[in-house]
Unconditional design. Structure first.
Length: 314
């Protein structure tokens, strides 16, 4: 049975959706239309087995094309690297990385938008950078969110604990390098993808062995730009969900379909910020000091400097 040819493994909040959208229309690539097909970090999918996954996500897909997925959960799941290697040992991996401070803060902002975290960010950082907290959540699988993000639908509040550990790219990619050769890993940076998307596309297609030039029609379009506000307040959503007629039909929708509907509703319900907010100077300094050793590890893995000047001054 055919294996995946490539996986975009993350990181979350780092333009993985944009790269997915750019590659989706390539004539020699097949990717699931839903984007997120996290077989190796989704208990339900994983337990159904590889043949079921292929049947559901690549039905009748031509085997002479490259099959790929984009699942940013894989950069935060301590089980993913080994699981991928056992099932797809020859797969090529693409990591898109964002300044770890910006990624962490964007993750926090998303949680605020979902009304899951009302803490001040300085308070959050003081808690998340405690060594016992870091050690625990580095080894904790990410929440699966099959039913959405709110409590009644099955949300577990674990998401708010991963802002920093999911930004430790050196540690995460070091784990992947235990199972995959250097030639199987391509590391890109969100900064470059945003400033020169064609160059990033060229690197990906060359990495995948696609020699022909490819310029997607949607090149440069930014998908899922973050924000901290909603068009439709959550209280309105909750009132609709309390409606007996809505519950009658909603409860009969398959769980995975509910998950997809929740996901796309949330993406469409984001009001983009007019101004870009940032962490306090104190929080940035604490995070910079925390991430410096991990950045050095990342640079040793990639063999090149990261494009984030703040980490070069230390």
């Amino acid at each position: 049975m055919k294996q995946l040819d490539f996986i975009i493994i993350g990181a979350q909040k780092s333009a993985t959706t944009s790269m997915f959208k750019y590659l989706f229309e390539h004539p020699r690539i097949v990717m699931p239309a839903d984007k997120e097909a996290p077989f190796f970090s989704d208990t339900e999918l994983f337990n159904q087995g590889w043949s079921s996954f292929i049947k559901n996500y690549f039905p009748k897909a031509p085997t002479d094309k490259l099959w790929g997925t984009a699942s940013p959960q894989y950069m935060g799941d301590p089980r993913a690297a080994q699981r991928i290697a056992e099932q797809n040992p020859n797969v090529k991996l693409i990591a898109i990385l964002r300044n770890p401070i910006e990624r962490s803060f964007s993750h926090y902002t998303m949680s605020q938008r979902r009304e899951l975290d009302n803490r001040d960010f300085d308070q959050v950082i003081d808690e998340l950078l405690r060594e016992e907290h870091l050690q625990h959540y580095r080894q904790t699988p990410p929440p699966e969110h099959q039913f959405g993000y709110d409590g009644r639908e099955g949300y577990e509040s674990e998401d708010i604990h991963f802002y920093c550990v999911w930004s430790e790219y050196g540690r995460i990619l070091q784990q992947y390098r235990k199972y995959f050769e250097k030639e199987q890993l391509l590391v890109l940076y969100m900064d470059e993808l945003m400033s020169d998307p064609q160059s990033s596309i060229n690197k990906v297609t060359e990495f995948l062995g696609l020699q022909e030039e490819y310029t997607p029609a949607n090149l440069g379009k930014v998908y899922h730009k973050g924000g901290s506000r909603l068009f439709i307040p959550n209280i309105w959503k909750e009132s609709v969900k309390d409606n007996v007629f809505f519950r009658f039909f909603w409860d009969r929708v398959p769980s995975r379909t509910r998950g997809y509907l929740n996901y796309w509703y949330e993406q469409m319900n984001v009001r983009k910020n007019d101004q870009t907010s940032r962490p306090s100077r104190q929080a940035e300094e604490k995070m910079t000091q925390h991430f410096i050793p991990d950045i050095k590890l990342l640079e040793s893995i990639t063999g090149s400097e990261v494009p984030w000047p703040a980490f070069h001054k230390k």
